[in-house]
Design a protein around this ligand. Structure first.
Ligand code: SF4
Length: 395
């Protein structure tokens, strides 16, 4: 997986600390939107439809720092809008690096080369470049020709200059699995640290409503994409989230995992749905009726959502907070994804797998992972979350 060990350790220890303190709802990634303005107008985007008076505004650097401190998440993602249009983006990034936050600055890369001199390479800073496919597909997705080439050039330059670079790709129902695989090969050749892929969320305000993926379509598409994927592909995502996308491990949404702060305050309940704002992070956590969201709630806004901002924190919580999630992650990390022959039933219990080769896999794991021996012994006796805490304190 394309995530540095220091970052993994920061996240793992943060999650375990929350578990040990008995905190059940905690933020993992702050989605910090310092502006909504963009230099593109993509058909699938639900973020740029604000009036001009709003599009002109920016969050001040101090407001960003206050939100980051209030939230306390170890990672900060800076989407937008296009963050490189923000006049203080360099100060914001420098301030977050100083606070030892792992930052993903999401950009369409149009301005990246021009701005690189104003940033310093750091393990805390990653440019997450938006690319939705090979040249033809990407230029179509962003509704402008030539953008793929600009982004690829910027990626090369940033990698050469020692910056961490990942890509983020949103897939829609017209994605061709074979073309996507070729696209993944190309991204790896560019030298990016890892790729992030996610199905698009059906924003009510997005101009293009026809191409969003429904849940079954997502499972089918990712089943094909990740059916014995190439070893050379590196994903900057947790293995469990990818297993979830291809129907091999079920998760429930944890909308509080990626709280969103923007020009209006703390957005209820998540990055994708906007049902009001709170004046503080504490108020967001305490006054949101979280039971109304996620697939199990039956909320139609959540029915088809399998987006990383809702489910990646669930995957991370399962990985570092449950024995089953940890073992599944270890298995994928050691043996790869394997075939995608089975899809989970829509009503399968969260944290479960579709079918059971599990015992055989655990035996294999015991041979490879000294720590997994304990875990495999424990899993049949107890599948409680406490087991992983016990395991972590023993090792
Ligand atoms: S399922 Fe998706 S839309 Fe619903 S709360 Fe979670 S992230 Fe938001």
């Amino acid at each position: 997986m394309g995530v540095p060990v220091s970052q993994m350790w920061t996240v793992a220890s943060y999650v375990l600390r929350q578990k040990l303190r008995g905190v059940t709802r905690y933020p993992l990634v702050l989605m910090l939107e310092p502006l909504f303005r963009c230099n593109l107008a993509c058909a699938g985007c639900g973020k740029i439809q604000h009036p001009n008076s709003v599009l002109k505004r920016n969050l001040a650097a101090e407001e960003c720092f206050q939100a980051v401190e209030e939230c306390g998440a170890p990672m900060v993602s800076i989407p937008g809008g296009e963050p490189l249009l923000h006049p203080e983006i360099h100060e914001i990034v420098a301030g977050l690096v100083e606070r030892k936050k792992y930052i993903y600055l999401c950009t369409n890369a149009i301005l990246l080369e021009e701005h690189l001199d104003r940033f310093t390479p750091s393990k805390y800073l990653t440019f997450s470049v938006h690319l939705d496919g090979l040249q033809e597909e990407h230029d179509k997705a962003v509704c402008r020709e030539g953008i793929y080439e600009v982004a690829v050039r910027a990626i090369r330059t940033a990698v050469e200059r020692g910056f961490r670079v990942t890509t983020n790709t949103t897939l829609f129902n017209d994605a061709d699995p074979e073309s996507c695989k070729q696209f993944f090969d190309e991204l790896m050749e560019l030298g990016v640290e890892g790729m992030m892929v996610s199905p698009g969320y059906p924003y009510e305000k997005a101009p293009d409503q026809e191409h969003f993926l429904h849940r079954n379509e997502t499972l089918q598409l990712f089943g094909k994409l990740l059916d014995r994927p190439k070893k050379s592909w590196r994903f900057n995502q947790s293995p469990l989230f990818l297993e979830f996308l291809r129907g091999r491990f079920d998760l429930e949404c944890t909308p509080w995992g990626n709280p969103t702060y923007n020009l209006f305050g703390w957005q209820k309940p998540c990055y994708l749905v906007q049902e009001g704002y709170c004046g503080s992070f504490k108020e967001l956590m305490e006054t949101t009726d979280w039971e109304l969201y996620g697939r199990c709630s039956g909320n139609p806004k959540c029915t088809d959502c399998m987006v990383h901002s809702g489910y990646e924190p669930s995957a991370v919580a399962q990985t570092f907070g449950s024995l089953k999630g940890f073992l599944r992650t270890a298995k994928v990390s050691l043996f790869g994804f394997g075939p995608s022959e089975t899809v989970v039933s829509p009503r399968v219990e969260v944290g479960s797998e579709p079918e059971s080769k599990t015992d055989a896999e655990l035996v294999q794991l015991q041979e490879y992972l000294p720590m997994a021996g304990d875990a495999a012994d424990s899993i049949s006796e107890t599948q409680s979350d406490e087991a992983v805490i016990e395991l972590s304190t023993r090792s």
